[in-house]
Design a protein around this ligand. Sequence first.
Ligand code: CA
Length: 240
Amino acid sequence: MNKTVILVVEDDTPIRNLITTTLKTHEYKYLTAANGESAIMEASSHNPDIILLDLGLPDMDGIQVIQRIRSWSNVPIIVISARSEDTDKIQALDSGADDYLTKPFSVEELLARLRVTRRRLSMMGADLRDGSSVFLNGQLRVDYGAGCAYLGEDELHLTPIEYKLLCLLSQNVDRVLTHTYITQHVWGNSWDNSVASLRVFMAALRKKLESRPDSPQYIQTHIGVGYRMLRVEALHLRGQ
Ligand code: CA
């Protein structure tokens, strides 16, 4: 069987052991690195499928590791950060990390993040293969070519900004996008980059998209960080 190979970058031995034990019992293959230099070396010589990267490393900043790896590879990177490193976490996402785990995290949380990332990898492969310009997720359908979005049979009447937000989120489904990333891609650098305004546009989009805006199904809020579009299980919707 083709096992997923995870590169675990963590200088804290007990945490590293916890992660590798979890990976082993769930049939993942893994490699380890205890500092940034060896992380970059392992990543370039072994081509892992996913990288779990601690941000606080002894020899260099985790952000630098991301930037170096991103210069040649799109491998999914999940950063691991302590709560005191919240701004680093946001910087890491802006530097090209895909997701994050905050210490202390549970084994279930780790496994959930890995599942999301693996699913994203296989979906990306499928999207590339069929070259489709239509995005499907649960009841949501975005026709990028026509510039229209539908929920079930009904067309969503979105403002240009709401549509841009929806496209950005759907094109990055399963990935956490930071406030800065979103505002720069939707408004460009000219915009004043206010999180409060983004929140207003997001609330308007959700009102049209979510059947229950108080417990959103499609767009998840990451408080203090940003937003992520979730994959809605197709199974979930059958029989509704
Ligand atoms: Ca550390």
